[in-house]
Design a protein around this ligand. Structure first.
Ligand SMILES: Cc1cc2nc3c(=O)[nH]c(=O)nc-3n(C[C@H](O)[C@H](O)[C@H](O)COP(=O)(O)OP(=O)(O)OC[C@H]3O[C@@H](n4cnc5c(N)ncnc54)[C@H](O)[C@@H]3O)c2cc1C
Length: 304
């Protein structure tokens, strides 16, 4: 269970109070504030705070005095223009602070995104909970044979059951030993900062993560992508839903130009132009390597 009854009660108490403010607020985001959106078996994301809205992006781009100086349509057009031309600083005027609970091996990928502010739960100071990510049976896959950095078909039957059993038993045994080592009953008790080292990478950690919208889009483009590992992708997908409610125009532009769009090299563009003129272009006469050609075909033949 991602939240204990006490934690849920704290969230309910926070949501029962409100303050008048002159600052811009977004109804869609107010509905998300503090609430935990479950991810994986014990994880979640929840919005702790946010600053700005679609109008704040336009306000910064125009360096104007008020919100939405033109019509909503104009604002949307401006946001699309900014996104299309990689004019990124207006998007940095919006910020979001999330509380995230995630397995350590996911945190390790996540922390590579350096343009955020992070504060993590201290396992030197506190005792970690007995919570480990155990994949659902539909996410226990074999090693991919075509992509060294990915997974192939599902493991089935006895092999899948055995893998799940190993994951559960190892997590449980490691946690038993962790508890045994830190216990001060009849012994000094090992320091928490040392005892944690035997815990596996599927143990859950938590952090507060604050990032501006431009860098959040960069994170989402990489991690909500089909090439990202499933376990981080589901967090990115959950954040995408929140962002769509927060800054609908900016998210719409991001979805169109970044998530749904593609970047073509000069060679690829040249091939596309030759194809449009009716020429038969193949990998052999494209000037592209096999890998580039495969990806180019992937862009052209992507399902619509
Ligand atoms: C599918 C996938 C597979 C990956 N595989 C691996 C892997 O096998 N091994 C591995 O180590 N990593 C891997 N990564 C991580 C990847 O290389 C990046 O470290 C990660 O995606 C963060 O990207 P970033 O540096 O652009 O983001 P951020 O750290 O958020 O930075 C955003 C941008 O700010 C600028 N920036 C930030 N800090 C600096 C700096 N110090 N110097 C210069 N410019 C800076 C850069 O322009 C950067 O693009 C993988 C990522 C993905 C999505």
């Amino acid at each position: 269970m991602p939240l204990s009854p006490d934690q849920q009660a704290e969230i309910d108490a926070l949501r029962s109070e409100s303050q008048p403010t002159l600052r811009a607020t977004v109804p869609g985001m107010e509905a998300h504030l503090y609430k935990a959106h479950e991810v994986l078996d014990h994880g979640f994301i929840r919005v702790i705070d946010y600053m700005g809205d679609d109008a704040a992006i336009c306000q910064a781009a125009r360096v104007s005095y008020g919100k939405g100086t033109k019509s909503v349509q104009n604002d949307e057009g401006l946001i699309r223009y900014l996104m299309r031309h990689w004019h990124s600083t207006p998007f940095e005027m919006c910020e979001i602070k999330l509380h995230v609970k995630l397995p350590v091996f996911v945190a390790r990928q996540w922390i590579r995104h350096r343009t955020a502010n992070v504060n993590e739960y201290s396992a030197r100071y506190s005792i970690l909970d007995r919570e480990f990510y155990i994949p659902a049976p539909e996410h226990i896959n074999a090693q991919s044979t075509v992509n060294n950095q990915g997974r192939g078909g599902l493991l089935e039957g006895e092999e899948a059951a055995r893998v799940l059993e190993i994951l559960k038993a190892d997590s449980s045994r490691a946690y038993d030993h962790y508890q045994e080592m830190i216990s001060d009953e009849g012994q000094d008790g090992l320091a928490r900062e040392l005892a944690r080292m035997n815990l596996p990478a599927n143990v859950y950690t938590q952090w507060y993560w604050k990032v501006d919208l431009h860098n959040l889009f960069h994170f989402l483009r990489l991690r909500a992508d089909a090439h990202a590992q499933y376990e981080i992708r589901v967090y990115a997908d959950a954040i995408c839903k929140v962002v769509a409610d927060w800054v609908p125009a900016a998210y719409g532009a991001f979805e169109d130009y970044r998530l749904g769009g593609a970047t073509l090299s000069g060679k690829a563009l040249d091939c596309l132009r030759r194809m449009l003129k009716g020429e038969t272009v193949t990998q052999e006469n494209s000037g592209m390597s096999k890998g580039e050609w495969r990806e180019f075909e992937g862009v052209l033949n992507a399902p619509v």
